[in-house]
Design a binder for this molecule. Structure first.
Ligand code: HEC
Ligand code: HEC
Length: 286
């Protein structure tokens, strides 16, 4: 039944060749060509309409790469939203993330692992710089993004163990998460990402926070070297209620301000997903 796709393609999949925008420089046009076309970044990062078409396919649309939920992961905005997008990133941060899988803001996880393992790290440096240059030119949604995030020190670290027990999730955070992500939520340089101010903590959709806590993250292979220090899976160790509580704590501490994660949210993703270490990682040989 693939033939109806011919009609879908006519309506939704532009088949024109890329036409350079004369008002922009050559590096920007190279970046646009890669992100809008060959890189397929919008396949995950652009929200879709009812007919499953991407709501925007180029820089003229404010919906293009503005963030989307797909397969249990929220691929955040690649536009300049200060909180939920790349607004706080420099061009060099974008370059380092796509080349090495990590920077001081985030380490690759979820379905971005496939895009990194099999694709972005193999781009030439010039192409990655062009992608970064282009992405940093896309304006964010200032209203939708809310007040700019600012770090605020949170209680848990300074609380006495007895008092800590009164905040659901704080106890679990200190026992299971703080030695990697830090009692202050700021992570460890480029090795363990901060949860304070992370896109996954600031987007209203809690799927990525839940999914990575339930299932951990798949293997990242950068320049042929597998990364051994990964986010563990808590599927077997923590109940739905404990995961809901610890993520409610994470997503409302250190200046993060998202509403509570519910037990039902966790239960649903637990059913729909499997641990990352049990799914095969397909690697390109080189
Ligand atoms: C298969 C789906 C998928 C594809 C294709 C994909 N991404 Fe992603 N991307 C994600 C997900 C999910 C995340 C969130 C997890 C993470 O930060 O690693 C993400 C995160 C990112 C981030 C970090 C955002 C942040 O604020 O933390 C950047 C930058 C990024 N992607 C760039 C790209 C670019 C550029 C392309 C195209 C060359 C691309 N992605 C293609 C799924 C995808
Ligand atoms: C052994 C160290 C370690 C522990 C313990 C750990 N994490 Fe992680 N976590 C990581 C790493 C490393 C990543 C980045 C993805 C990767 O490289 O696997 C990560 C990523 C994450 C992310 C996504 C962050 C982003 O950038 O958007 C969330 C949310 C998260 N962890 C929550 C937790 C919670 C909740 C706990 C405790 C129940 C926890 N982690 C315990 C190492 C750890």
């Amino acid at each position: 039944m693939r033939w109806p796709l011919a009609f879908w393609n006519v309506v939704f999949a532009p088949s024109d060749v890329y036409r350079p925008d004369a008002s922009k420089d050559a590096q920007w046009n190279r970046g646009a060509y890669l992100v809008e076309g060959a890189g397929h970044c919008g396949a995950c990062h652009t929200p879709r309409s009812l007919a499953f078409n991407e709501k925007g396919t180029d820089s003229h649309s404010a919906a293009f790469v503005s963030g989307a939920l797909i397969d249990g992961w929220f691929a955040p905005s690649l536009r300049n939203d200060a909180n939920t997008g790349l607004g706080r990133w420099s061009e060099d941060d974008v370059f380092r993330f796509l080349k090495t899988g990590r920077n001081d803001h985030v380490v690759v996880f979820g379905s971005m692992t496939e895009a990194f393992n099999n694709s972005t790290q193999f781009f030439s440096d010039d192409d990655l710089r062009a992608v970064a240059h282009y992405l940093k030119s896309l304006p964010g949604d200032q209203q939708g993004d809310g007040a700019p995030w600012q770090y605020e020190p949170t209680q848990a670290a300074s609380l006495q163990p007895a008092a800590r027990q009164s905040i659901p999730g704080a106890q679990t955070y200190m026992a299971k998460c703080s030695f990697c992500h830090g009692a202050d939520g700021r992570g460890q340089g480029q090795w363990v990402p901060p949860l304070a101010g992370a896109a996954s903590s600031l987007v209203p959709d809690s799927s990525s926070s839940i999914n990575v806590t339930l299932n951990g993250s798949g293997r990242v292979v950068a320049a042929g070297v597998p990364d051994s220090y990964r986010m563990p899976s808590y599927r077997a160790q923590l109940s739905d209620g404990e995961i809901a509580d610890v993520l409610t704590f994470v997503r409302s501490s250190w200046g993060n301000r998202q509403p509570p994660v519910t037990r039902g949210d966790v239960k649903k993703l637990r059913k729909q997903t499997v641990s990352a270490s049990s799914s095969p990682v397909i690697l390109k040989t080189h």
